[in-house]
Design a protein around this ligand. Structure first.
Ligand code: GAR
Length: 204
């Protein structure tokens, strides 16, 4: 079997994308990024991909009549690039049921909280406002809900007395960069089995 082919979807600065690029270069992640897709023309993630000569695809939401049409375009790109795993890395759009169904248990997301706490936007600010002592990040399979799919890995970070959303986000982000390549490597090794809500990690 060839290397696991990834589509990385990103809307913003793309530091998680960079962590994947670096993990692949370091031999820690046995995969290749087949295509980077963004819904924003100016996403720094696209710039990072360009530097590494990775195929890029900008899909402009304004060119589609609704989000179903947009999702179909996404799936068409995944198919065109023969993608094995779709990796959401700061992709700030909810995927609709059609896309999720077409790639069931083959789409992963990273979220900057310990799910099911603080789903949705501004998870780090939600955690600070709530006053939790610990937060972290979660890698999970994507289902039809918002940040609700089966959990693959989580990492915990402390919340400090003087944290604000930015300082906490920075501490969490460091862990994201470690966690995401590890989770995808488990997928690459064929070690993830989804059983209902739970993900079993098989021994090597
Ligand atoms: C990351 O913190 C990621 O967890 C978060 O967006 C940031 C993207 O940063 N994703 C979500 O909040 C998804 N709901 P990056 O562009 O530098 O990788």
């Amino acid at each position: 079997m060839g290397k696991l082919r990834l589509a990385v979807l990103a809307s913003g600065r793309g530091t998680n994308l960079q962590a994947l690029i670096d993990a692949i270069a370091a031999g820690e992640l046995e995969a290749e990024i087949a295509v980077i897709i963004s819904n924003r023309r100016d996403a720094q993630a696209l710039e990072r991909g360009r530097k590494h000569q990775i195929p890029l695809c900008f899909l402009d939401p304004r060119e589609y009549i609704d989000s179903d049409a947009y999702d179909r375009a996404l799936v068409a790109v995944w198919q065109e690039y023969k993608v094995d795993l779709v990796v959401l890395a700061g992709f700030m759009r909810l995927l609709g049921p059609e896309a999720v169904r077409a790639y069931r248990n083959r789409i992963v997301n990273i979220h900057p909280s310990l799910l099911p706490s603080f789903p949705g936007l501004n998870a780090q600010a939600q955690a600070v406002a709530y006053g939790v002592r610990y937060s972290g990040c979660t890698v999970h399979f994507v289902d039809e809900g918002m940040d609700t799919g089966p959990i693959i890995l989580q990492a915990v970070v402390p919340v400090k007395e003087d944290d604000n959303p930015e300082t906490l986000a920075a501490r969490i982000l460091k862990e994201e960069h470690r966690l995401y390549p590890r989770a995808i490597q488990l997928f690459a090794e064929g070690r993830l089995e989804v059983v209902g809500r739970r993900v079993r990690i098989k021994d090597k």
